[in-house]
Design a protein around this ligand. Structure first.
Ligand SMILES: C[S@@+](CC[C@H](N)C(=O)[O-])C[C@H]1O[C@@H](n2cnc3c(N)ncnc32)[C@H](O)[C@@H]1O
Length: 373
């Protein structure tokens, strides 16, 4: 390992990997974060976007082992000391140590503090939607939803904080009561000054009607809601920038992914929901047999399998994909977000893996079908 294990101790402030060669990110900055337990947050920078990965200490060692060799410069900043590693022509790293006057810092992972849209912020549409009371306090029964939409926007913000874009088109599949759709509109237009066109799709005509009334009431001209079945209706048929889904039912998420791929969406943020399809069609006969024995385990395995298959297929379509924890399990058991940003060279590398898995375990998967038909 280039960075010795002993160098990662309580005085660590950050590790910076830069000057990459064939690396996934232009630069990676890793910092210790004190949450309920200590973990390490790696920020990968690519094309003005930032991708976060949270790591335990052991995972950090593996992460460094895998990534560090792709960077020519590694800087380990500790309180009082900086250690630099520079790769030389022979491929080995020269280690240098120097003193610094950096004081110890352990970033506190305080999600309350990080809320982009804190309780009390005057967002009248959220009052109409029943998330805020009239004095902009969170309605108790909507606390989990409030947490979810805030976290969603935080993750979007990670990717768009430094964007140079001045306009964006965003589609929300299965928008339901549209808390997220409104919040995204608010975030981009009010907080970031970016002109967005946002369209939310849902099956429920009464909910769509109400959302359109609220959007009109607050002059949100470029926010519209449309009654549509996303699995079969014709949707906005022009190039789009972003597709979002938050707990869209069953295969609606797959249709959102396929739509994003076909319409050149650069960014996808999706938190899938009840992924019944794999659960219903999977059978024994493969390596997964023992994981299919108990209902609750089977359900979770099938959900993770669905997420993994989707991630693999999106990678083949030229997206850099990562799966992140969305909110704590207590706020929603459907808590994996699939984040995907277009920019890689498409390939067919993962398709074989998916096909073998499907064949062995006998399950069907809508995104696979949509992308291959
Ligand atoms: C669990 S709700 C989530 C709503 C919203 N995204 C949220 O997080 O509050 C799922 C929504 O997806 C919608 N939905 C399910 N299948 C759909 C389809 N095929 N086309 C459009 N909407 C669909 C449902 O009507 C429902 O409102």
């Amino acid at each position: 390992m280039i960075v010795a294990r002993e160098e990662i101790d309580e005085t660590l402030v950050k590790i910076t990997l830069s000057d990459g060669e064939g690396a996934e990110y232009q630069k990676i900055v890793i910092r210790p974060v004190q949450g309920k337990t200590l973990f390490y947050q790696a920020e990968g920078y690519r094309n003005n976007q930032v991708f976060h990965t949270n790591l335990s200490l052991e995972e950090l060692f593996c992460y460094l082992e895998e990534k560090a060799k792709k960077y020519r410069q590694i800087l380990v900043t500790k309180a009082g000391k900086t250690i630099s590693y520079a790769r030389n022509a022979s491929g080995s790293y020269r280690r240098r140590e120097s003193e610094n006057d950096v004081s110890p810092s352990k970033k506190t992972h305080n999600r309350e503090k990080k809320y982009l849209l804190p309780e009390g912020e005057k967002i009248p549409a959220l009052v109409d939607l029943g998330v805020f009371t009239k004095d902009y306090r969170i309605v108790k029964a909507k606390y989990d939803k409030f947490k979810q939409i805030n976290r969603f926007v935080e993750l979007v913000d990670d990717a768009f904080r430094d964007t140079q874009k001045t306009s964006l088109t965003i589609l929300d599949f299965g928008c339901g009561k549209s808390y997220l759709t409104f919040i995204l509109y608010y975030y981009f237009t009010v907080k970031r000054g970016i002109a967005v066109k946002v369209i939310g799709y849902d099956l429920k005509a009464d909910v769509v009607k109400h959302c359109n009334e609220v959007a009109k009431r607050y002059g949100y001209q470029n926010l519209q809601f449309v009654v549509a079945d996303v699995t079969k209706d014709v949707l906005f048929d022009e190039p789009i920038d972003m597709v979002v889904t938050l707990h869209a039912c069953d295969t609606a998420t797959d249709y959102a992914f396929a739509y994003a791929v076909r319409h050149g969406a650069k960014d996808i943020f999706s938190v899938p929901c009840c992924q019944h399809e794999v659960n219903l069609s999977i059978h024994g006969g493969g390596e997964l047999d023992s994981l299919l024995k108990y209902g609750i385990v089977k359900e979770r395995v099938c959900a993770l399998l669905t997420d993994t298959v989707c991630a693999l297929l999106l990678e083949d379509e030229g997206y850099a994909v990562d799966l992140v924890e969305f909110v704590d399990f207590e706020h929603s058991p459907k808590n994996v977000m699939i984040r995907a940003g277009r920019g890689k060279v498409p390939s067919t590398r993962n398709r074989k893996i998916v096909e073998e898995l499907m064949k062995k375990c006998g399950f069907e998967q809508t995104l696979y079908r949509l992308l291959t038909e």
